[in-house]
Each structure stands twice: as C-alpha cells, then as structure tokens.
Design a protein around this ligand. Structure first.
Ligand code: XIL
Length: 450
C-alpha cells in the first residue's frame, strides 16, 4: 500500500521535524565463466580508479568465483596478474576458476557488474562473506541488548558489521562542551571487534540527539570550531578501530517524512550558522583525520523515487563535482510509517544514479514497519526480498544494516510517528524469542541470488 494519502498526512503531521530524529564493465570478460578480469585475487582491489585488465589475456581471476573490484575501483598497480594500466575491466558474472580472461579491453569504470552469490550459507553473515564481491551484513546494536545472551549470539553469528544504535551520537559522546564520554561506545566497539565485526561510526554531524549547548550555539566561528572539535576528537578516539563513518546524517527535509513536498536543507544549527558549506566542511575535516576511512552521507526516505532523493542526488553530485571527499551514500531504508515505501525497482534505480557518480551505496538502517496496517504482511516480505536483492545485485552496494535484531527491541515500537503505540512493529528478521521469521528467509534468499 504505497503512498497512501493517509500515511502522507499522518507522517507530515506527526513528524514534521524529521521523524528520523529520529570499466563500466566494458572490460567484460569474453571467455565465459573463468574469465573474470578484475579478480579480487588477482586484479582489482578496493580503491583507486582502475582495476581491471585492459588487454590482458592473463587477466583472469585465479581462484575466482566471480571477481572484480569491490567498488569498481581497483588499483592497477597492486594487481598481481591483472593488467597494470587498466581503467576498466570489471568481471561480469564469472564464477569459474582461473580462466583465461581474454577480454577486459577498454573499460572506463572498473568494477564487477554483478555480484556472485555463495553456493550456500547457514547465516546471513556467511552469505555476505562468501559473496563475491563480499557484502557486509550489519545490525544496529544497543548497549542494553549486549546484556542479553540470545541477543549477543544472534547479533554476532548473523552479522559482521555494527552500528551503535545511540551510543556514538553527539549527546552520548560529548554531553557537555569539550567533555567526552567514551565508555558506552567503547563497550560496543570492543564487543564488535572481539567478534570480528567491523563498526561504522554513527554519526558525526546530525541535528538530532544533539545536546542543547550545541543546538543553541550561535556564531559561525563558534559552530564551526565546535563541529571541528567534535569530528576531530571522535575520529581520533576510534581511529585504530573504525574506518567507516556516517559524517553527515539527515541534512535534508521535505514536508512529509515520506520524502514528498518542498525538499530543502534542514535548518539545523550547522546550516543556520555556517551555511550550506557545512556539509563539505564536515567531510573535509573527517578526511583530514583519516585519509583512508570510508566517509558517508546518510538519510531516510531517499529510497523511493520522490522529491527528497532528487534533492539529495543534486546535493551529492555537487559535492562530487567540487571534489569533496565523500565515498558513499547510506539509504536508511526505514520502510513504512512514518517514512517512505519503496520497491526493489525504485531502490535499484536510485542506487544506479549514485553509483554512476562513482560512489558506494549502502542500506544503512533497514526495517519495515507493520504498525497501522499500512504495510501488509505480504508486502513486507516482498519488500524485504526485493530491496535486499537490489543491493545484492549492485556490486557497489557494500553493506546492508538492519536497524536492530529482534522485533521486541525495535525503536519503532515506541517512536511517535510509527503508529505502534507500544505494540510490536514486527519490523525485523527475528521475533521476540530470537527465532528466525519469514522475513529472515526472504533476506537469505536474496543474499543467495534466489
Ligand atoms: C534511533 C534509535 O534507534 C532510537 O533508539 C533513538 O531513540 C532515536 O534514534 N535515523 C537514524 C538513527 O539515523 O540514528 C535513528 O536511531 C533512527 C533514524
């Protein structure tokens, strides 16, 4: 039930201030299944702008089950058997073992044009790790959840990527000006690392969960200095442990939280005092702190084809054109009230526009809310499968993070715009007893290319 006027009105009313306060593969191989050109074992790596074979007859992946630079951007110089000067050359769908790979002649974009699924997997994490290129499978983790053994077991067996649900937001980390409090964030980061999970820092600059001393600050120089201090201190503290960051979160708003109507910059303290340039500046400061970290812009209701995603696209394109150091865009993927509904086709079309800018895309906070009967059970299953499949099929979609582990702990249950009023949003992959739901099966199928 997409775009019901009821949903629009209700979410506009309830959530006006942002509920979420919440070789372009031209180097395709020509010799069949063994001919992946920019093989991860032999050619492409993960950064740079080349990565495939250009003319190689010896450019096949040697052990490949598919292959190709993960982000379409290999470093030609580090290839061991890939060609050395390529600026293209993604694998297409190769799944053989060390074919000849005679193609890869003239690509310009690099990167695989399809991701090859694992033959089988018993966890989501395994399905993501065995895919080629691999896909991070994430969850929002809360300090409270880590007190529960079932929670910890499901979180660590099914996922290899962590976002702290609240513990790395400004009000947690810098509750008073210049005084930082690391304990609860460190607990999550250390637990993740003990379980061989990567962590994405969430989030450096956001209007919500921002302490009063910061949201009420005036003066361009003051706000700029406070933003610089926050980014510098936070990234510095986690420097050796984190290399993915949501740098700016939810900088754009529309009249409805479904992403419809009058898209514009959100009038945050950063925007009001510094001006539009605050976003470029935040990314530049973050890049100064860590030359190698992945730096992301993150937003909600940019999943459907709506006013908001158009605006965000233009904003991000401007940043890319100006050379601002951004690596990717996180699509929160909160589906259902109060946010947008998007089909797999919507998501795939939006992803393509951003990957065409040379960026990664991520699903960063996925849940599908059943409250209010706006999304039916069947629609939820179809959305879970089709949206995850859209990411899986796009090699530059590098991660899927679910916003929580089990229904009982979902933030939507008590979120004002979500129509749940304390009832379960039934929005996730595991039930209250941590059992797998049908939603889990649909996600698994999509991760196995089914
Ligand atoms: C949510 C948390 O899940 C809640 O516990 C908290 O009360 C509010 O924030 N967009 C984001 C996330 O970027 O940080 C938000 O997380 C959900 C929407």
């Amino acid at each position: 039930m997409r775009s019901a006027p009821f949903t629009l009105l209700l979410s506009a009313f309830l959530c006006a201030a942002g509920c979420s306060d919440s070789g372009d593969g031209n180097g395709d191989e020509t010799t069949g299944s063994g001919g992946a050109t920019g093989g991860t074992t032999s050619g492409g790596t993960t950064s740079g702008s080349g990565g495939g074979a250009t003319t190689g007859s010896g450019a096949g992946a040697t052990t490949g089950s598919g292959a190709g630079a993960t982000t379409g951007s290999g470093d030609p110089t580090s290839a061991t058997s890939g060609a050395t000067s390529g600026s293209g050359g993604g694998a297409t769908t190769g799944s053989g073992t060390g074919g000849e790979g005679t193609g890869g002649s003239d690509g310009t974009g690099g990167g695989a044009s399809a991701r090859v699924p694992a033959a089988s997997a018993s966890t989501l994490r395994e399905a993501g790790e065995k895919a080629n290129p691999p896909l991070l499978i994430g969850a929002a983790i809360s300090g409270g959840g880590l007190g529960n053994n079932d929670y910890k077991r499901v979180a660590s067996t099914e996922h290899n990527y962590v976002t702290a649900e609240n513990e790395m937001k400004w009000d947690s980390l810098e509750p008073s000006a210049g005084n930082f409090s690391w304990g609860s964030a460190d607990n999550i980061v250390n637990w993740a690392r003990q379980n061989n999970m990567k962590v994405k820092g969430h989030t450096l600059v956001w209007h919500s969960q921002l302490p009063n001393w910061m949201s009420s600050m005036t003066g361009k120089a003051n706000v700029e200095a406070a933003m610089r201090r926050h980014i510098t201190q936070v990234m510095g503290h986690f420097k050796d442990r984190l290399d993915h960051w949501d740098v700016v979160n939810e900088a754009v708003q529309t009249d409805s939280d479904t992403g419809v109507g009058n898209p514009r910059m959100r009038p945050t303290v950063f925007y009001n005092q510094i001006g539009q340039n605050y976003i470029d500046l935040a990314f530049q400061i973050a890049r100064e702190q860590d030359p190698k970290a992945k730096l992301y812009y993150n937003d909600y209701s940019i999943d459907a084809r709506n006013d908001k995603v158009e605006f965000v696209y233009n904003m991000i394109k401007g940043m890319v054109d100006r050379g601002v150091p951004i690596d990717g865009v996180g699509f929160q993927m909160h589906i259902g009230p109060p946010n947008n509904e998007a089909t797999g086709a919507d998501v795939a079309a939006n992803f393509k526009r951003f990957t065409d800018l040379g960026l990664e895309v991520l699903i960063s906070e996925m849940d599908i809310n059943r409250c209010g009967g706006v999304v039916t059970a069947d629609e939820q299953l179809a959305y879970y499968h089709d949206i995850v499949a859209a990411c899986f099929k796009e090699p530059k979609c590098t991660a899927i993070t679910f916003w929580g582990i089990n229904d009982g702990r979902s933030w939507l249950n008590s979120w004002s715009g979500a129509l749940c009023n304390g009832q379960s949003s039934q929005s996730l992959l595991f039930n209250d007893q941590y059992g797998k739901k049908e939603t889990y099966n649909r996600v698994m199928n999509a991760l196995l290319g089914k």
